[in-house]
Design a binder for this molecule. Structure first.
Ligand SMILES: Cc1ncc(COP(=O)(O)O)c(C=O)c1O
Length: 299
């Protein structure tokens, strides 16, 4: 796409529009992928679990030894202005649409040298866009996914803009005409290209440990919370490939997918190849936690 839509965005202290926002070719985000990002949902104009997204941003920045350039109040104010600006730019009411706030911070601009410079100003970019929920037909049937070895680096817990591993991983599923790539490291489940993976066996939800091999999605906490509230067993532990292939249900979670069932993996049915009861309970629980679901269930 050569031309970008004139959506509002924030770059280094100023509100502008996407086509006008420019950064230096020597930005370390461009040169090295030396940066971090966040993607936070906005339902009916209201930020959802933003504190948790801010806490994860802080953790990612700390790993890169970048000081957080803004306070939580400043991030929130910028996000809110963009939420309003996005709705205005499309001629809609904030409360009628759901959005995704995207935040990116790179180390900043410097002459090319792998060593991390300590005296430069981080580049800050924020935009909001419409949330694209999983289409209703796919939600009802569940998703087809494929598996692959996890060839990404061993710092997957950092929400880094160095995303070539994730791009390759997602492309594997796209090329197969499917929606996500479920990855295994040395025979154990890690996660999918842009989602966490959940295994349901005997009515219990299993997730992988929160270590350096996966990104701790904000949905980790949410799913645990819903399980506790509904009396569904919840455990984080290593999960073998066999357990995944023999699961009663498999689920994906992410900011935009919320929670969705995988019903076909590598062309084979998962469980009875329909979204199962634990998926239904988690999805329903998720909907009740949203401020005011602007769209309700996906249309
Ligand atoms: C690699 C990876 N794992 C997991 C997730 C899910 O995280 P969250 O629930 O915070 O969206 C994402 C989200 O984009 C991701 O990129």
């Amino acid at each position: 796409m050569d031309t970008l839509p004139p959506l509002p965005c924030y770059l280094n202290g100023e509100f502008t529009e996407l086509p006008k926002a420019k950064i230096s070719v020597m930005d370390r985000g461009f040169i090295f992928g030396d940066g971090v990002y966040e993607v936070a949902p906005v339902y009916a104009g209201q930020l959802f679990r933003f504190d948790q997204h801010m806490a994860r941003l802080e953790r990612s920045l700390a790993e890169l030894r970048i000081a957080n350039p803004l306070s939580k109040a400043q991030w929130t104010a910028i996000a809110q202005q963009l939420i309003t600006g996005y709705a205005k730019s499309t001629g809609e009411r904030e409360q009628d649409i759901d959005q995704l706030i995207y935040i990116q911070i790179t180390r900043g601009v410097a002459m090319r040298d792998h060593v991390m410079p300590t005296d430069i100003t981080p580049t800050v970019f924020v935009m909001s866009n419409r949330m694209k929920p999983v289409p209703a037909a796919q939600r009802a049937s569940g998703l087809a996914c494929v598996t692959a070895d996890d060839f990404r680096w061993e710092k997957a817990h950092i929400k880094s803009t160095s995303l070539l591993g994730a791009v390759f991983a997602r492309q594997i599923s796209f090329d197969a005409g499917t929606m996500e790539t479920v990855m295994f490291r040395h025979g154990f489940l890690s996660e999918a290209a842009a989602s966490n993976v959940w295994v349901v066996t005997h009515g219990k939800v299993l997730g992988v440990p929160k270590d350096n091999l996966v990104l701790e999605g904000i949905r980790f906490g949410l799913i645990e919370e819903i399980c506790r509230a509904q009396g569904i067993g919840f455990e984080l532990r290593r999960i073998s490939r066999d357990e995944v292939l023999n699961a009663d249900e498999l689920l994906l979670s992410s900011a935009s997918k919320e929670v969705v069932a995988i019903t076909t993996l590598d062309g084979k049915p998962v469980g009875n190849s329909k979204p199962g009861p634990v998926y239904a309970a988690l999805y329903a629980g998720y909907q009740t936690l949203k401020p005011h679901a602007a769209q309700g269930p996906a249309k």
